[in-house]
Design a protein around this ligand. Structure first.
Ligand code: HAM
Length: 409
């Protein structure tokens, strides 16, 4: 019979990688908790217009990467390509703004983009991200960036932080006109995609990876030279706060991001250890998006990290609890073994009842394959064997045995 394979760009995450996945998520979650973010669990499927109106009609994501289908009710829906749009929709739809104050939300889960798969780039991938609604102060930008910095440092990852300001709408309008004029004068030397981008999405030309485009944009006007007074002040303040928080960064005036909703602060955490797809976390401010999606004017900002890329970088995992395998000498002792495993677990000791019945030798071999640290042979007594040293001890009472194990681990 022919085997069914997973779909291109999709992955099974298991074994060591699943542990790393959990470690990444737990690390971010603990840090979110310290910064007082609250979890939001968002739908995987949304009305397609949500992404058109937020991520942007002219972006690669909306133009060619979304998984779109018509459901049985005739609705045109999309698998979410990112989390911010849904988070904003929920903020508006659940009227969170009416509660006053401000909101700090985090989310985690699968996102879908029909991109060309390669190392670190998948069609289903997972993000963990956070958004802050209702704060315009640069304090929020600085805290958000320093929180991501802290999480990546806790994960013991080498990275570089790049920041830029895209200015407010007004600054960007003036800049875009200048940039288009500049790009038009080199139009014939740009790659085919960038030629189309000039009118559609000129900022994206700045982060094209094609050598000839890179060469041309090296001398292009820089957005930071066109910032309004207010945006420039914000950018200076951000840098001052980041320095005060000991967050190292480099300024990259070409950093534009691939989504349309950003204003002022944008940032990317990158690494050169995993090949071309080196951005591990990214985000920025999007002060117009809530209003653009039908909510009240609400300044907002956020970030998302790519869990698969972080998995590629995580080297050390937290130490696991030692494993105690419980092996009945013969099937006559099965019930006793089941009960002993239960008592061990009730005492917070990780235990594996030997589920594969067989000869003592084969069961011991299985216990070894399962990477047991201790094995207990159950008969009319309990024989505790430490696998690393081979040392054995005999107990007649399960409570004494459990006390002894507690003392060892
Ligand atoms: P993004 O830059 O599109 O931003 O994605 C954030 C991160 O998700 C990337 O830096 C990368 O680590 C990971 N990622 C993206 N695409 C893939 C892929 N195909 N395979 C593996 N990992 C991927 C956003 O999504 C924004 N929503 C971030 C944000 C939140 N901005 C404000 N708030």
């Amino acid at each position: 019979m022919s085997k069914i394979q997973k779909i291109r760009g999709f992955q099974d995450i298991y074994g060591e990688n699943a542990k790393k996945y959990r470690h990444v998520v737990d690390t971010f979650r603990e840090i979110f908790e310290l910064y007082n973010f609250k979890e939001i669990i968002l739908p995987y499927v949304e009305d397609i217009s949500l992404f058109k109106r937020s991520v942007g009609e002219a972006t690669d994501i909306v133009q060619k990467e979304m998984y779109v289908f018509v459901d049985k009710g005739g609705r045109e829906v999309a698998l979410r390509p990112e989390g911010t749009a849904s988070c904003v929709r929920a903020y508006i739809e659940e009227k969170m703004y009416a509660e006053g104050g401000y909101h700090k939300l985090f989310y985690e889960g699968a996102m879908f983009r029909y991109e060309r798969p390669q190392a670190g780039r998948y069609r289903q991938f997972h993000q963990i991200g956070a958004e802050i609604f209702g704060v315009s102060s640069v304090l929020a930008d600085a805290e958000l960036i320093s929180m991501v910095d802290k999480a990546l440092k806790t994960l013991n990852i080498n990275f570089k932080l790049e920041i830029n300001s895209l200015g407010d709408f007004q600054s960007r309008k003036i800049y875009t006109e200048k940039l288009i004029k500049y790009l038009k004068s080199y139009e014939n030397h740009l790659c085919e995609t960038c030629q189309k981008r000039i009118d559609l999405n000129p900022l994206r030309v700045l982060d094209c990876k094609v050598e000839s485009c890179k060469e041309i944009t090296k001398d292009a006007p820089k957005i930071t030279e066109f910032l309004s007074e207010q945006s420039e002040k914000r950018y200076l303040q951000l840098k001052e706060y980041l320095k005060a928080l000991n967050v190292e960064f480099v300024e990259n005036p070409r950093l534009v991001r691939g989504l349309d909703y950003y204003t002022d602060t944008v940032f990317e955490f990158t690494t050169d250890e995993i090949g071309a797809q080196g951005t591990v976390a990214a985000g920025g401010r999007y002060d117009n998006l809530v209003e653009q999606l039908g909510g009240p004017p609400t300044p907002a900002l956020g970030f998302a990290a790519g869990i698969e890329r972080l998995i590629l970088l995580v080297k050390d995992l937290p130490k696991e609890k030692p494993l105690v395998a419980v092996v009945p000498l013969t099937s006559d002792y099965n019930i006793q073994a089941l009960n002993l495993s239960n008592s061990l677990r009730n005492n917070n000791i990780k235990s594996e009842t030997m589920l594969k019945e067989g000869s003592l030798k084969s069961m011991l071999k299985t216990a070894d394959k399962l990477k047991s640290d201790y094995v207990i042979f159950v008969s009319d007594k309990y024989e505790l064997k430490e696998m690393s040293s081979g040392q054995q001890e005999i107990f007649y009472n399960p409570d004494d045995l459990i006390d002894a194990i507690k003392g060892k681990i």
